[in-house]
Design a binder for this molecule. Structure first.
Ligand SMILES: [Zn+2]
Length: 466
């Protein structure tokens, strides 16, 4: 009820008149869709049961289900470890991050997010398991094949239906997260209008980029089954380098405004530092993160001439000039130590290995039938393989996080080398406080999921050097 009220409040307060009409249309169409969905549901379930009766479960199916159950248990176990790691007193080095009220608030934020995470992950796990046991994937594939014979179109319809369905299922959770949880803790700045437009832009992006990549992969596969993995690797490498270079100029402007840093005290301080560090100042941009959230951040992106450092406007608002220069020094450290290049090269190698292993698997028609397909199809094999390969990608992810944490220490060290150690510490503390960060995560959780060391670890490392 409170949820519906907040949505309505957002609609009436934050939408201009024409937009009220637009909101009404969206809500109306959602009601029509839901009614249609429930009317169609009995027929859908009937067809599905018919389809389901003709199937049996093969070895890859059992493997897929076991992997999903194992993943689910591992993730929940890590969550439980992390959520149980309470402490009423913080270590001395990070004691000054929160006052008593703010610390209580950060713990409440953590609790609410833990509960929400448990509900959403359990829900999606159950949906996927249901879809596997009832061969929903195979059902969609068979249906897509009644519409067209073209393998590229079948794959696009297949993934399109799945993505649309998963988006419809996930939207209520996203609404709850943004307009209830983030709102309650004072982070949310997203209006209902921004939320809807983000969704629409997201769909268009997925349709264009996702559709393009799927078309390319299926087309290459049908051209040459044997060398498919090599061609696909080449194509995906070109694509990922292109995206790294043009991400800031093509994708970010769809969602945010980026402006070169304005003249003034901050720019002078930064320009002095850039001269010392040998970094071109033209590449520093300010992004309007405050459009969606009060949370602050800064990041490094791009390659060659198109490299840039992006500072959130919220970061500039919350931190002192010296602290911002310290954060910037950290980001320049990433550039100077070539961390972006390492990331790209590692990603390329990883994709190559994955595609090669996939090419060994794909000859096996059992992979498609594990998901309930009646005809062998590369998109079905790809999907089944995605799950079977996931334990390896988890391991790779853990390794990548380990490398990333090492890079964070190196970038901190770079900033400290210019005498910005103490400013970096106070800047990081402010960021942690404003974002209500968890200061005492469980080490196992950090090992699996954290791309950055914890604040305490960073402060200890910086103090040791400085
Ligand atoms: Zn960093």
């Amino acid at each position: 009820m409170a949820f519906a009220f907040i949505i309505l409040k957002n609609i009436s307060l934050q939408c201009f008149p024409l937009f009220n009409y637009f909101c009404f249309l969206i809500i109306f169409s959602m009601i029509v869709q839901l009614t249609g969905f429930f009317l169609y549901m009995p027929m859908f379930i009937g067809r599905l049961l018919e389809y389901h009766q003709s199937r049996h479960y093969n070895a890859p199916f059992l493997l897929i289900v076991s992997i999903l159950i194992f993943n689910y248990i591992l993730e929940r176990w890590l969550d439980v470890l992390n959520s149980k790691k309470w402490s009423d007193t913080l270590p001395d080095e990070v004691k000054d991050v929160y006052d008593a009220t703010q610390y209580r608030k950060s713990q409440q934020y953590k609790q609410v997010n833990d509960k929400f995470g448990l509900i959403t992950s359990t829900f999606s796990f159950l949906v996927v398991i249901f879809m596997l046991f009832y061969h929903v994937f195979g059902f969609i594939d068979t249906w897509a094949r009644t519409l067209t014979d073209n393998p590229v179109l079948v794959a696009i319809i297949f993934f399109g239906v799945l993505m649309l369905a998963s988006d419809i299922i996930n939207t209520p959770f996203a609404l709850y997260d943004t307009f209830i949880i983030e709102e309650q803790f004072g982070f949310n700045k997203t209006t209902f209008k921004t939320f809807i437009f983000d969704k629409i832009k997201g769909w268009i992006l997925v349709a264009v980029i996702g559709g393009g990549v799927i078309t390319l992969i299926i087309w290459l596969y049908n051209k040459s089954e044997q060398y498919f993995w090599l061609y696909a690797w080449g194509a995906l490498t070109l694509f990922s380098v292109f995206m790294t270079v043009f991400y800031s100029t093509l994708i970010v402007p769809l969602f945010n405004k980026q402006t070169p840093l304005e003249e003034g005290e901050l720019k002078n301080a930064i320009s002095n530092f850039c001269k010392k560090a040998g970094f071109r100042l033209q590449n520093i941009f300010v992004i309007d993160g405050s459009r969606r959230s009060t949370k602050a951040n800064a990041y490094f992106t791009g390659l060659g001439k198109r490299k840039r450092i992006v500072l959130y406007d919220t970061l500039i608002k919350d931190l002192t000039t010296e602290e911002i220069v310290a954060v910037l020094a950290h980001e320049i450290g990433h550039y100077k130590k070539r961390h972006t290049i390492y990331g790209i090269v590692f990603g390329i190698i990883q994709t190559g290995i994955m595609l090669y292993v996939f090419s060994l698997f794909t000859v096996n028609p059992q992979l498609s039938s594990a998901l309930g397909a009646k005809v062998k199809g590369v998109h079905m094999a790809l999907m089944a393989f995605g799950v079977i390969y996931s334990p390896f990608s988890t391991l790779i992810g853990v390794f990548m996080n380990f490398v990333s944490r090492k890079h964070e220490y190196e970038a901190d060290n770079y900033a400290s080398g210019f005498g910005y150690g103490s400013q970096l510490v106070s800047g990081l503390k402010k960021l942690s406080s404003n974002n209500l960060s968890n200061l005492t995560p469980h080490p196992a959780y950090v090992f699996f999921h954290y791309s950055h060391p914890t604040l305490l670890q960073r402060v200890l490392a910086i103090n040791k050097k400085g």
